[in-house]
Design a protein around this ligand. Structure first.
Ligand SMILES: [Zn+2]
Ligand SMILES: [Zn+2]
Length: 341
């Protein structure tokens, strides 16, 4: 889902384009109405270039808004391919493997690294992290981190973009990022990331990695079939790309929706964040969300040995291999403030 617009809600112009006025403007009113072909061209452009915009057009357009949602809808519709292509152990294994890699990439890299800088790494590894995160088809690292930092700034208060308390479960689960005002990247929220041209590039062309992954899945299935394996290109595309991605989507979204309503609260935070062991299993540690809201700077979110946090265990192994370093620990004072601690 690659989309773009200026960020009206935050009232901040995007870096690379002027803010689009929300009211009628004499200059834009004077423009001729775009013909159907150019409307489609402009709308489809935003799938491939997240900075492409309808600015300067006669209308920011419901049409463009609708077209930019199509890839997200298509991702779900693509799961229906399974009715025609069926099941194989090959396809299931690849789907589970890619779920695991990409869930890890979202929690370890997009969340704990890009959004919270809770550990350090080299610049080449940082780019690899961005590519892996982008393969989860949840937009680019700058967009993801900028919106997530906004969530921590306002958690469940006015200004929080996805609060179940303010907007309801469905909004906090997925409707929030489908809104035109939330499709732009507020670059002011990520000054530490925007300085890297390679990150800006991947954030702008955030459809490149997903497209490559989809093609790779088809090629993988086709190759296995050619070698005598019981699968096919389309079957691998359905399981390895569509089903795996949609499963990873909704598991990730539960942290914004369910993890603010379902679970226990160890810390007295100003929001509704909860600790939830089931969601922590599904999301490799993200379910310890009340812990995380209390102390977001830590590389670990399961603060105790019995709080399963697969992401932290893998990061710890990566730190032993010197791929990452300076994992931020949980300070002693945090344990002192824990309920019952
Ligand atoms: Zn939260
Ligand atoms: Zn966070």
């Amino acid at each position: 889902m690659t989309t773009a617009t200026s960020d009206h809600r935050l009232n901040r112009p995007r870096r690379s384009e002027p803010e689009v006025p929300t009211h009628a403007h004499p200059t834009t009113d004077a423009l001729p109405a775009p013909d159907t072909r150019s409307r489609w061209k402009r709308a489809v452009m935003v799938w491939f270039d997240s900075t492409a915009s309808a600015s300067g057009a006669r209308e920011p357009s419901r049409f463009v808004r609708a077209v930019r949602l199509l890839p997200f809808i298509a991702m779900h519709a693509g799961c229906l391919l399974v009715i025609w292509v069926g099941f194989s152990w090959w396809a299931l294994a690849v789907a589970v493997g890619l779920y695991a890699v990409r869930m890890f990439a979202i929690t370890a890299f997009y969340h704990r690294y890009f959004s919270h800088r809770s550990f350090r790494t080299s610049r080449p590894m940082q780019f690899v992290f961005a590519l892996l995160g982008c393969s989860a088809v949840q937009r680019g690292p700058l967009w993801w981190a900028a919106h997530h930092r906004e969530h921590h700034r306002h958690s469940d208060q006015e200004g929080d973009l996805h609060s179940p308390r303010l907007h309801g479960i469905l909004w906090s689960h997925l409707l929030w990022f489908l809104q035109p005002e939330n499709t732009g990247t507020n670059t002011k929220a990520v000054p530490d990331l925007i300085k890297y041209p390679e990150l800006r590039w991947i954030d702008r062309y955030d459809g490149v990695v997903p497209l490559a992954l989809a093609l790779a899945m088809f090629a993988l299935g086709w190759s296995i079939e050619a070698l005598g394996g019981a699968t096919s290109g389309l079957q691998m595309l359905a399981w390895g790309f569509f089903i795996s991605t949609v499963a990873c989507y909704h598991a990730t979204y539960t942290i914004n929706s369910l993890c603010h309503v379902w679970g226990r609260r160890r810390f007295n935070t100003n929001d509704d964040s909860r600790n939830n062991g089931v969601l922590a299993l599904l999301t490799f540690g993200e379910g310890w969300h009340n812990n995380h809201h209390y102390f977001p700077g830590s590389a670990r979110q399961g603060f105790y040995w019995w709080e399963f946090d697969l992401t932290y265990y893998v990061l710890w192994v990566m730190s032993k291999c010197r791929l990452v370093w300076d994992l931020n620990p949980v300070p002693e004072r945090v344990y002192k403030n824990a309920r019952g601690g």
